[in-house]
Structures are given as C-alpha cells and as structure tokens.
Design a binder for this molecule. Structure first.
Ligand code: SDX
Length: 394
C-alpha cells in the first residue's frame, strides 16, 4: 500500500473493503477499535476519548483531549436557523427523520466543509468532525424538547459530553438536570460501545455515499436513514416495545419465546450477521446495569426481569443455540435508556450519536484515499432474455 488505506477496488464487485479502524472476530466475540479491546476501552475511557481514538487513530494525550473537548464545546450550539428548522417539524415526527434531515442541513450552514470536493472538504476535516460529533447531540436533544412542546435548553461550557446531553434533554427552568456519576458513566458507556462496528449496514451506506465524493454531513445523514431500520439500529426501540408487550400480556417471556421459535415473533436484540457468539458489547452493558439502576433508586425493573428470563431460556434452547443466536448490543441497551426515562423513539437516535465517530472515521478513510473508487455493487441479472416490443420494426 502507499501509506493510504488501499481501498479494495473490488468493493463494488466483492462487497468488501479494507479499513484500519475496527477488528471484529464474530466467532470469538472480539471487538477492537484501532487495536484496543472494547473491554479495556470501556473500563478506562470516556466516550470522547474513544471518539478521538476512532477518528484519529490514537488515544488522545492530555493536550489533545483538551483541544478536542474545547472544539466540541465550541461547536455544541446550533445556528438560529437550524433551531427553527427543528422546531418546524411536527411534534410527533420520528426523531430519526428530524436527525437525518438536520444533519444534511448542516451542509447548508457550513458550505466551506460541504463542498463535495473531498480535497477541499478535507482541509477543514477537524472542524467538520467537531461539528458533526457535537451537533448530533444538540440536534437530538432539541428534537426531544420540541416533541414535548418544551423550550430548548442551551449547552453549558462547564459540562462534559454526556452530562451536557442530559442537561440539554432534561433541564427545566430553575432546575438544571445534574447527572449522577453513575448515570453519566452509563451514557458514556452506551455511546462508546456504539462508536464503531466496521461495515454494518449504516456504515457501509456512509462509505457508499462518500465514495461518490459527497461531504461528511450528507454521508452521515444517509447512515442515519439506514440505521433507522428495525433490523439494524431500530432494534433497541423494538426490544423495549417487545418487553413492554410481554409484560402487559402478563407473560414472563416463556410464551413469547415459543412464538419466536414458531416464527410468529422475532426475539429482538438477539442474533447478529457477524457475532455467532455473545456480542461483547451486550456483556459490558449488562454488567453496568445494576450500578446505574441503583443510582437511580430503581430496585426492581419488571422489564429487566423479563429480559433476564428470556436470555436465560434462549441461551439453553436448541432453537437459538443451533442458529447461533445470542444477545446483541441492543438487547440490554434499551433497558438502560428506559430507566433514564429516555423515550423509546429516541433510542436509535442515541445509537446514532454513539456511532458518529465511526461514520466520521470511515468517511475520512474514503475521502482521504486518492485511490478510492466510486462504489458500484455488481448484480446477477435474472430477468427476461432479450425480446422485442410487439410491432417493433414492422
Ligand atoms: C445491529 O452489522 C452490525 O454490526 C450491526 C450492529 C452495529 O453495531 O452496527 O451490530 C447493530 O444491527 C445489531 C442487530 C440488531 N437487530 C436485531 O436485534 C433484530 C433481531 N435480529 C435479527 O433480525 C437477525 O438476527 C439479524 C438481522 C440481526 C441477523 O440476521 P441474519 O444473520 O441474516 O440471520 P437470518 O435472518 O438469516 O436468520 C437465520 C435464522 C432464521 O431461522 P431459519 O430460517 O434458519 O429457520 O435465525 C432466525 C431466522 O428466522 N433468527 C431469529 C432471530 N434472528 C434470526 N429467530 C428469532 N429471533 C431472532 N432475533
């Protein structure tokens, strides 16, 4: 290679590409960002340390972290026009529709970094990365406020990334939301565990759009739309809806499991295209649970009990074992957000906030590689052989 990511020219033919960002071993349940195991990162880092690592390839030094944090703080507010743009959506608009529209709209407010000329856009990459990573959080929180008819909150320079998000979401006049350390940790953990996951559906979409020369905001907006699908990022919302329906039916999960085995239902949060073992992220999220619930004063959570019943039963049931169906990142993540009173339709938005560093890094891999070609997946034609229009040539 020439020091660049040698972009597998066959992407369009073989459906694969080369990347230096994330390594997954689905059979062994291994996930590493830039070589660091997710277990170590989740123990020792906050979300913005991991975001810096994913984007720039190294964990930040103290000085680098301070500069990055300052850039995110500076970029946290939205332009007045963007605020009005979000406020003009219907209150019952799905937040993923607002998020993808708003991310794309950023290109209109920052044309100098959305020129659709990669050479030019890359000159302002650090600014674009800070805008995308910081404003995705503000857009998400503003969307939540508008949906409840609430006044917008404004970012506070003194708060960290996760703490500012919760403030933007939940502060009310004269009663600022102060996240407990355990809650801030739970949000940081949720976000960093979602930060990157190589060529999943939404990230491949980001690379597809980037390969045409499109700017970061347009590419990330496309990623949001792919993530919205219930088989992908929408699964965390589907898990909570599934658990709530099971609870309301007075089922402890056993009847639902039978339905899933008979094809009448899908056990959302289970199964994965790559992990044919326990998703390492699910293990970590599950482990952080009790501390977060305890700090919220929640002693028992009926949905959590049902989730644990379902997991225990499925992990010893041949239907799931034979198909290598294990809990994935979405199985438990929704429960944490539910406990934090984040509404279910915001769960996939939270996933998008967490995945933004990965989309930024993967966009950069394409945009900064002079050998990258436009993606052009091939197809196998199975349609009709040549035939003539009746009367043609008479
Ligand atoms: C994410 O790619 C990524 O990296 C994604 C992600 C990321 O970080 O970006 O990890 C995030 O998207 C996680 C996945 C979230 N989705 C869900 O939890 C939705 C529920 N899971 C599934 O729909 C499914 O497991 C997929 C889509 C995740 C994976 O599907 P596959 O690998 O294509 O499996 P399949 O659909 O071919 O199913 C194989 C068999 C089938 O049964 P048979 O036809 O062999 O009888 O397993 C069954 C399926 O019916 N099956 C399930 C099931 N998932 C698969 N049966 C019940 N419940 C399930 N969840």
């Amino acid at each position: 290679t020439t020091g660049y990511i040698t972009y597998d020219e066959g992407f369009g033919n073989t459906g694969s590409c080369q990347s230096e960002i994330t390594y997954i071993d689905g059979e062994a349940g291994i996930l590493r960002y830039r070589g660091y195991p997710i277990e170590q990162l989740s123990e020792n880092c906050r979300f913005i340390d991991v975001a810096y690592l994913v984007i720039y390839g190294e964990l930040p030094s103290t000085a680098e972290r301070a500069r990055f944090s300052a850039a995110l703080t500076e970029q946290a507010p939205l332009r007045a026009g963007m605020e009005r743009f979000i406020q003009n959506f219907p209150r019952d608009a799905h937040p993923m529709a607002v998020l993808s529209s708003s991310l794309n709209a950023l290109g209109a407010y920052y044309p100098h970094i959305a020129s659709n000329n990669h050479q030019r856009d890359l000159e302002h990459f650090d600014e674009a990365a800070a805008i995308a990573l910081s404003k995705v959080r503000t857009i998400a929180a503003h969307t939540y406020r508008v949906s409840g008819g609430l006044p917008l909150n404004y970012p506070k320079k003194s708060l960290g990334y996760a703490e500012n998000f919760l403030h933007l979401m939940f502060s009310v006049p004269y009663d600022e939301y102060n996240a407990t350390p355990e809650v801030a940790r739970a949000i940081n953990l949720f976000l960093l565990l979602h930060a990157e996951h190589e060529q999943n559906c939404s990230t491949s979409t980001v690379r597809m759009v980037a390969s045409a020369g499109a700017n970061l905001f347009a590419s990330a907006a496309a990623g949001v739309n792919a993530l919205w699908g219930p088989l992908h990022g929408g699964a965390n919302q589907a898990v909570i809806q599934m658990l709530t329906a099971i609870h309301e039916a007075g089922d402890d999960g056993s009847k639902f499991l039978e339905d899933a085995k008979n094809g009448k239902a899908r056990l959302m949060g289970f199964g994965h295209r790559v992990y044919k073992n326990y998703d390492p992220r699910a293990k970590i999220i599950k482990g952080s649970f009790d501390a977060a619930l305890a700090s919220l004063g929640i002693t028992n959570d009926p949905l959590l009990d049902i989730a644990r019943n379902l997991e225990q039963a499925a992990l010893s049931d041949d239907y799931f074992i034979s198909r290598k169906l294990y809990p994935n990142v979405d199985f438990y993540s929704g429960l944490i957000m539910n406990a934090l009173k984040i509404p279910a339709e915001m769960f996939t938005v939270m996933f998008a906030i967490g995945r933004m560093p990965g989309w930024i890094a993967q966009w950069h891999e394409v945009a900064s590689n002079p050998k990258a070609k436009i993606n052009r997946p091939r197809q196998i034609y199975v349609g009709p052989a040549k035939r003539d229009v009746p009367g043609f040539g008479e």
